[in-house]
Every structure is written in structure tokens, then in C-alpha cells.
Design a protein around this ligand. Structure first.
Ligand code: RIB
Length: 302
């Protein structure tokens, strides 16, 4: 079957410590538990799209270590096409050092490893995957020239192009905006992209209109428990978040992006696709870990 959703992005092994609170600078803190969990924003979004009903292919890199084999296998276990997931020799797989506190918030440091070596040529070599796709998703855990190439090629091919600008430390290159159909930042990423404070619905609406003026068609700002704000040529809509008891918010944004993309790829209208992504993301925050927390289609109410 042809992949309807193609993800160009990162694979990380998540090394996750749970502790009562996040450590302060210079502090050594006793934690409560430790787990090694497949993650990475790209791979999480690929798993989410696959579990939520899409046929998916991933373009990315792992290192030539045991983590690399496990990360690839985790995708294969979800029927993600991994022929474009390459093994880079002499480099580690991507790593994410994550601390989750008792209130389910996290802090993450990533080490790019193989993700840092994903070049535009790696995407070019699998143009057939892009040609067959309905939806192409990128994030920012791989080199920016590779993201730039993918966005531009996706636009040339007339595909639906999603950018989840995470992690994000500043504005995007201006030339990227015209290639993006859906820009999906969270509140801190929207703030970094615009330089404007984003703390509530009103400030999110202001930031979204700022981003739309730069040329992107649609902006969805995810706001955690405050829901999501969708800004398009038709206006602005607020989507309330389902109420849940959070356990771990890691990969909630990835679950939203993957679920939204899977719904779009099967022809669902965008407002229903947003609500579907939100229901999936809400379930993911009730479970620990990145990929283990992502729900399957049957668990998400239609
Ligand atoms: O979005 C969550 C992901 O961010 C984690 O799985 C971690 O790998 C980092 O990339």
C-alpha cells in the first residue's frame, strides 16, 4: 500500500526519569523511576498517524547502535514503512534526556546523533514516497536545510504540508511560510516564532494572525488544557480540550499532529480532524512515555 502520510524527521531513544519535581541548576535530586522508551518527534508523529488509521512512511536516520535497531523496530511494529530510515555508521542514535515531575510536566534535552546527519539528499532519494503521499509532516529535530527542501518539494508536488516547529528558538526563515499548509506550534513555540507573549486565547489569536501575515495558510496553536486555536482564511476557531487527569504530557503534541494528519489523509474536514487529534492527544497524556502513550484508532471516539 502507498504511504498516505510521510514523516521526515527524528527518531530518539528517550531516557526518562520521574521525580517529584524538576532539578534546579547545580542540584542532585533522587528520582522515583527510570525507563528507556522509543521517542523522537518525527517517530512519535509517524507512530501516531499509523495507530490512528493512516498508512505511513518515515524518512530519517538512526545510529549504528542497539538503540537504532530498537527505534527502527518500534516503527516496523506499527507497520510504518522504514525503507527510508537509514543507519549512519560511527554515530549514536538520537537521544532525549527527559525528567517528568509529579504534575506531569517535563524538561527535555536532546542529543541529535544520527538525526543531525539527515541531508536533503536523503529525502530526494525517496521522492517516490513524497509523490505518493497525501500529507507530508516535518518538525525541527533534523537539519534546517532538510526541512527547507522537504517543505519546498511538498509544495511543488501539491501535497498537504504540515510543519510542527518543535523545538523552536526563534523565527522561521521567511521563505518557508508559503510552503506550509498547516503550521502547528504550541504556546511556547508560537512565542518563539513571533516574539509575542502567548499565554491565553487572546494572545494566541494575535500570534496566529501575525504568522498568517507571514504567508502560512493555516495556523493551529496547541494550548494544552486550554485547547487549540485554529486560524485560517475563514477566521478563528477555538477548540476546547477534553478534560483528563494527566500522567505525562510527553508526545501529546506529537499525538495531536499525527492524529490530525491521519484524519486529513482520509479526507476528514479540518475542524473534525482537529477535534480527532485533540481526543487522541488527551488520551496520550493519561499514559506514561512517548510512543507507549499513543492511542490506537479504536480507542479514540469517532
Ligand atoms: O515530543 C516529545 C519528544 O521530544 C520525545 O519523545 C523526545 O524524544 C523529544 O524529541
Amino acid at each position: 500500500m502507498h504511504a498516505k502520510v510521510v514523516v521526515v524527521g527524528s527518531l530518539n531513544m528517550d531516557l526518562v526519569a520521574r521525580a517529584e519535581r524538576l532539578p534546579r541548576a547545580g542540584e542532585t535530586l533522587a528520582g522515583e523511576s527510570f525507563a528507556t522508551v522509543p521517542g523522537g518527534k518525527g517517530a512519535n508523529q509517524a507512530v501516531a498517524a499509523a495507530r490512528l488509521g493512516a498508512s505511513v512512511a518515515m524518512i530519517g536516520n538512526v545510529g549504528d547502535d542497539a538503540y537504532g535497531q530498537q527505534l527502527r523496530q518500534a516503527l516496523l511494529d506499527e507497520q510504518v514503512d522504514c525503507r527510508a530510515v537509514a543507519v549512519c555508521s560511527g554515530v549514536s542514535s538520537g537521544l532525549a534526556l527527559i525528567v517528568v515531575d509529579a504534575s506531569s510536566q517535563n524538561a527535555i534535552v536532546i542529543i541529535p546523533g544520527g538525526n543531525g546527519q539527515l541531508q536533503p539528499q536523503s529525502v530526494q532519494a525517496f521522492d517516490d514516497l513524497l509523490l505518493d503521499a497525501e500529507v507530508i509532516i516535518c518538525q525541527l529535530e533534523v537539519p534546517s536545510q532538510t526541512v527547507a527542501y522537504t517543505l519546498e518539494r511538498g509544495r511543488e508536488l501539491g501535497k498537504t504540508v504540515i510543519l510542527n516547529p518543535a523545538p523552536c528558538t526563534g523565527p522561521l526563515p521567511p521563505s518557508w511560510y508559503a510552503s506550509i499548509d498547516y503550521l502547528i506550534p504550541n504556546e511556547s513555540e508560537a512565542q518563539a516564532l513571533t516574539g509575542l507573549p502567548v499565554t491565553d486565547l487572546a494572545s494566541a489569536e494575535f500570534a496566529a494572525s501575525h504568522l498568517r501575515k507571514r504567508g502560512v495558510k493555516n495556523v493551529i496553536i496547541t494550548l494544552g488544557a486550554q485547547g487549540a486555536l485554529f486560524a485560517s482564511a475563514q477566521g478563528v476557531q477555538h477548540f476546547a480540550a477534553p478534560t483528563v487527569q494527566p500522567v505525562d504530557t510527553t508526545a501529546a503534541g506529537d499525538t495531536f499532529v499525527g492524529g490530525f494528519a491521519a484524519a486529513l489523509a482520509r479526507g476528514v474536514e479540518e475542524d473534525e480532524a482537529i477535534a480527532f487529534g485533540q481526543r487522541a492527544a488527551a488520551l496520550s497524556v493519561t499514559r506514561a512515555g512517548a510512543q507507549p502513550s499513543i492511542p490506537y484508532l479504536g480507542e479514540v471516539q469517532p
